[in-house]
Design a protein around this ligand. Structure first.
Ligand code: HEC
Length: 121
């Protein structure tokens, strides 16, 4: 009699562990889905929106306005001399003249994909 009770506890414990693992796996896949949707929103269009809001004070950010930037290089010029990797590092670094923005990762991703989209094909 005592022996079978012990078995019930064991089975219950195993089931509980299985449920916990299932919840973890479910939540992990939810996180992956969440990131995927951020990726979809972080496109060049969103980057242009941020650039218009934050960068036009000093830079010309669109091909149509090239040459009208204040004292900072045009985004079209930057696009043709820098890689996405270089831009990623630059936007996360400290600068001497340019202000140090504190971006979210998704914001950097979209700004970089916008600048890269200006590369002459
Ligand atoms: C207050 C003026 C100012 C603002 C606002 C500004 N920048 Fe700049 N930026 C500069 C100056 C000046 C330089 C050139 C000197 C340097 O590299 O720090 C520069 C350089 C850069 C470079 C490197 C260019 C190269 O090829 O060396 C990138 C990329 C850049 N800016 C992106 C941005 C983005 C993206 C924004 C908006 C989120 C922004 N900047 C907002 C002034 C500004």
């Amino acid at each position: 009699m005592l022996r079978t009770y012990w078995l019930h506890y064991l089975v219950a414990a195993i089931l509980a562990a299985a449920v916990l693992v299932a919840i973890r796996v479910h939540m992990a896949s939810g996180q992956v889905r969440g990131e995927a949707s951020v990726q979809i929103r972080s496109d060049a269009e969103e980057g242009l929106y941020y650039a218009e809001a934050w960068c036009t004070e000093c830079h010309s950010v669109q091909p149509e306005t090239a040459g009208t930037g204040k004292f900072a290089p045009d985004f079209t010029v930057i696009a043709n001399r820098r890689s996405a990797h270089w831009l990623n590092i630059f936007l996360r670094s400290e600068h001497k003249i340019m202000p140090d923005f504190v971006f979210k990762t998704a914001e950097i991703d979209s700004i970089v994909s916008y600048i890269v989209s200006l590369k002459r094909r």
